[in-house]
Ligand binder design. Structure first.
Ligand SMILES: Nc1nc2c(ncn2[C@@H]2O[C@@H]3COP(=O)(O)O[C@H]4[C@@H](O)[C@H](n5cnc6c(=O)[nH]c(N)nc65)O[C@@H]4COP(=O)(O)O[C@H]3[C@H]2O)c(=O)[nH]1
Length: 872
């Protein structure tokens, strides 16, 4: 190796320096082709080559294949040949193939003429250090990999609480990149709601070298919230100074929600709080954790109908509207979620077709979106729905945080609902008869006790019915027990069909049933029993046999026959035996007087039914007289019944009976038909009867067919609609049946006149006169009776006439008995009157005589009475 003296030092000094370098450094020189020309001992040692094998080798042979192939080697040599030095750590290959790392400087060397002649290389072996650094680097990379792969968010902040590092978990959890958060204070960033005092306390702990643990609600870049477990460890440096803090945040939202909800819900369940309270609490807790939602829980029953269970923050009027709605493919979010058995998210209620039929209920409450998830029972079928309503559809609807809430809640709701179902099932087993589903003896007793206490408080009667099936043993023995069971089930169902909402039914044992009817007198009992016998008599086919069912029924009344259930049951049982002994399908009251009355009433009812079918009913006609001219204005048809044994029965008795036993519509139809027939017959005889009035009770107007029936009848007898007047009573206004008004309007539209009977005795509001299309008022006879002696009656009759006239209605005075009444009414201006003064209700032939007598000019005056019914 040639020595150069280009730095101006004396050659001896230079030599000494070189010798020193030669001792400690590896040195070599290459010609411009890269051939090794000289290598000192250190260099040869480093490469593991003896001098004779080393010299003459190319520089490239000491390089790695990668350096050669990548062109790095060629680039280095181009640089050197261009006269540029190169320094750096380089990897070189030893003779045994292993790698060594050199801290090397390649220096191009020129001769005295400035001509580049060789490349001088000075190097130190840094293999050891390099390997250590490499290992360290790898270690760091692995650490960073671990930190980034972790789900936990890691933050390193300096002693000023400024973020210097965040891992990948942090970015995934909160949405910020490292660059976005560097230099920020972690607490201000993630938990801005925290008080300053918390931050102070936190820093003071860390400064003291203590780790800090806490559980906080933290917020991410998009406002998403987590419940996080935060562990912060201070790092204290060699000088004992707090240099930085490593904080690890773990998402514990799910477990925390479970914990918060579960704890409260399970505690409430353990305290036996009612289901609605438990579920209300779930909703309120959810709304506390996530104030942007309104929670609602609905039940889905076995028939697929929705029932509100809890929605404490929604108006109860809204929930009530959902009660009984059937689930289906387009029934809002909840009905659809239950139908699909999958969550349903509707982000725009106003336009989504699923809400088409329901949006008008919820939009006015300010909600835009609704997300509903089915609550599934152990069988996997939906037993309820859990929904979030959102006022603002843009703010994190159905976010991961909400999903976690839903997961926690649906689980708890399922638990609470199933527990309720189990309890209901236990109650069912303990208190209900397994075969028929009716209350068993214990529940019957409890319910009856309550009903009796109420009856005693309100001074009301109550009936206990002991019902025993006839020939049940025969069915059981001949057709087998399954048929017997089926028969009992059918009887239970038919019994329930007959009873009203406040009535109580139960099965005692075998074929013995009991019914308790609160607020019930003997008449209602008889009606109920008749309906029950009718129901039981409906045809029934069991095991291919047609059966006729009947029951013997005994009745005991509270308080007359006993004041406790035991006594009443015992007496009803005794009465039942009495009924059974008199034949099948009978009933008997425990009290003989009541029994007599009830049996009489039943007999009368059956007789009326027969009378109606067998033509025992007749119509009598009472004339209505035009007071100015004395001419006949019309006749009122009044029903008459002569019983073969009991004789004449007053309409005041048989009309209400016909109402109660459902015969009134038939009676009305018959009366209209008969009155029209008679009017037509008179006209054929040449008798001028201008019109006939027929009384119809309110329930006749329930029949939508009535207008057609009336039109047909008029046609059949070639009568005009104005020939018929229908008399209604003011009680029609209490009738809530939707058909009533429609039927009245139609009859009126056909041209049949309507008359308001007994006017002045009923309702004080006269506004109905505007609603009802009547053309006639009938002044009640009580006013007429008092006319002579009572100033007020006179004033009222005059006022009623005034009302009639101002509404252009004909006013007919009823019950005119004396000439003085007649004169007074005439003076007041009454146009028409009716009463015993003119004639009692007359049989048709008597009316004919009356008319003939009246028409004969020489005969009696208009005020001359004719005694019809007495003379008939
Ligand atoms: N004290 C007295 N009474 C007089 C006088 N003039 C007539 N009357 C009686 O007053 C009643 C008038 O009939 P109403 O007010 O429609 O009252 C009727 C009517 O509401 C009802 N009714 C009668 N026939 C029928 C019918 O075919 N169908 C329906 N639904 N109800 C009927 O039975 C009620 C009673 O009918 P009746 O016993 O026939 O009683 C008749 C008649 O006999 C009088 O000057 N003095």
């Amino acid at each position: 190796m040639r020595e150069e003296s280009n730095d101006g030092l004396p050659e001896a000094v230079q030599r000494t320096q070189f010798q020193a370098l030669d001792r400690v450094m590896a040195m070599a020189s290459f010609d411009l082709d890269g051939v090794l020309c000289h290598a000192n001992r250190n260099y040869l040692q480093l490469l593991g080559l003896p001098q004779d094998q080393a010299l003459g080798r190319s520089h490239q042979s000491f390089c790695t294949a990668a350096q050669v192939h990548s062109g790095a080697h060629a680039a280095l040599w181009s640089q050197l040949r261009a006269g540029q030095a190169h320094s750096g750590v380089v990897e070189r290959v030893r003779s045994d193939g292993s790698s060594c790392w050199l801290e090397a400087t390649y220096t191009p060397v020129c001769d005295a003429q400035g001509q580049l002649t060789q490349i001088l290389k000075v190097a130190t072996d840094v293999t050891q250090r390099h390997l250590q650094e490499q290992a360290h680097q790898q270690h760091l990379e692995r650490l960073s990999l671990v930190a980034d792969a972790s789900d936990a968010a890691v933050i390193i902040s300096d002693s000023q609480s400024r973020i210097v590092y965040v891992n990948g978990g942090f970015s995934r959890m909160f949405g910020w990149t490292q660059e976005e958060v560097l230099g920020q204070a972690p607490i201000a960033l993630l938990a801005p709601q925290m008080q300053e005092t918390f931050t102070e306390q936190y820093r003071s702990e860390l400064r003291g070298g203590k780790p800090v643990w806490s559980e906080e609600i933290v917020v991410g870049k998009q406002g998403q919230r987590y419940w996080a477990k935060v562990t912060s460890n201070p790092v204290i440096n060699d000088q004992g100074v707090w240099s930085c803090t490593v904080s690890v945040l773990t998402d514990i939202t799910r477990s925390k929600m479970h914990e918060a909800l579960q704890h409260r819900v399970l505690e409430a369940m353990a305290r036996e709080q009612p289901l609605s309270e438990v579920l209300d609490m779930v909703c309120l807790e959810v709304e506390r954790i996530a104030p942007e939602v309104t929670a609602s829980i609905l039940e889905v029953d076995a028939q697929g109908l929705l029932h509100p269970l809890a929605s404490p923050s929604l108006p109860s009027s809204y929930s009530a509207l959902l009660d009984g709605v059937a689930i289906g493919p387009e029934v809002g979010s909840c009905g659809t979620a239950a139908w699909r058995n999958a969550p349903v998210l509707v982000t725009d209620i106003a336009t989504d077709p699923l809400w088409r039929d329901y949006k008008h209920l919820i939009l006015p409450l300010g909600y835009q979106a609704c997300w509903s998830t089915p609550i599934c029972g152990t069988a996997g079928k939906p037993i309820g729905t859990f929904a979030f309503y959102y006022r603002d559809a843009t703010a994190g609807v159905a976010s991961a945080y909400h999903q976690q809430l839903v997961d926690a809640c649906t689980h708890l709701c399922a638990l609470a609902l199933e527990r309720e179902h189990t309890r209901a099932r236990i109650r069912q087993l303990a208190f209900y008869d397994g075969l028929t589903g009716l209350p068993n003896r214990s529940l019957l007793q409890a319910n009856a006790d309550q009903a009796m206490a109420a009856a005693a408080r309100n001074d009301e009667q109550l009936a206990v019915l002991f019902i025993d099936l006839d020939r049940f043993k025969q069915v059981n023995d001949s057709m087998g027990h399954p048929a017997g069971d089926e028969l009992l089930r059918v009887v239970a169902a038919r019994l329930q069909k007959v009873l009203g909402p406040g009535d109580i039914a139960g099965r005692l044992s075998g074929d013995e049933f009991v019914a308790v009817l609160p607020q019930c007198d003997a008449e209602r009992v008889t009606n109920t029993i008749e309906r029950l016998q009718e129901q039981l008599a409906e045809p029934l086919v069991l095991a291919d046999n047609a059966l006729a069912i009947s029951a013997s029924i005994g009745i005991a009344m509270f308080p007359a026959d006993g004041r406790d259930m035991e006594t009443l049951l015992h007496r009803a049982d005794m009465a039942m035996y009495q009924a059974k002994s008199s034949g099948r399908g009978r009933f008997s009251f425990f009290s003989s007087e009541m029994n007599r009355l009830a049996q009489e009433r039943l007999a009368l009812e059956n007789a009326l039914r027969k009378a109606l079918q067998g033509g025992e009913l007749r119509l009598h006609y009472q004339p209505q007289v035009d007071l100015a001219s004395g001419q006949l204005y019309g006749v009122e048809a009044l029903a008459r019944w002569t019983h073969p044994q009991l004789g004449e029965i007053s309409p005041a008795r048989f009309i209400p009976l016909a109402e109660e036993c459902g015969l009134i519509a038939d009676l009305g139809r018959w009366a209209v038909g008969e009155a029209c027939r008679q009017l037509a017959a008179w006209r054929t005889q040449g008798l001028a009867v201008p019109a006939v009035s027929v009384n119809l009770s309110p329930s006749s107007f329930h029949n939508l067919d009535l207008p057609r029936m009336i039109a047909d009848t008029l046609d059949r007898h070639a009568l005009a609609p104005k020939d018929l007047t229908l008399e209604l009573t003011e009680s029609i206004l209490l009738d809530t049946n939707p058909s009533t008004m429609k039927t009245i309007e139609e009859v009126h539209a056909h041209g049949v006149r309507l008359s308001m009977d007994d006017f002045g005795t009923g309702y004080s509001s006269l506004s109905y006169l505007r609603r009802l299309p009547v053309s006639e008022l009938k002044l009640d006879r009580s006013f007429v009776a008092d006319l002579e002696n009572d100033e007020a009656a006179r004033a009222l009759s005059s006022a009623i006439l005034g009302i009639g006239q101002s509404l252009r209605l004909t006013v007919v005075a009823e019950g005119v008995e004396t000439p003085v009444q007649n004169i007074m009414l005439r003076e007041q201006g009454y146009p028409v009157a009716q009463g015993f003064l003119f004639a009692r209700p007359l049989a048709p032939q008597d009316l004919e005589r009356w008319l003939v007598a009246r028409m004969a000019p020489a005969q009696a005056s208009a005020d001359q009475p004719v005694h019809g019914e007495e003379s008939a």
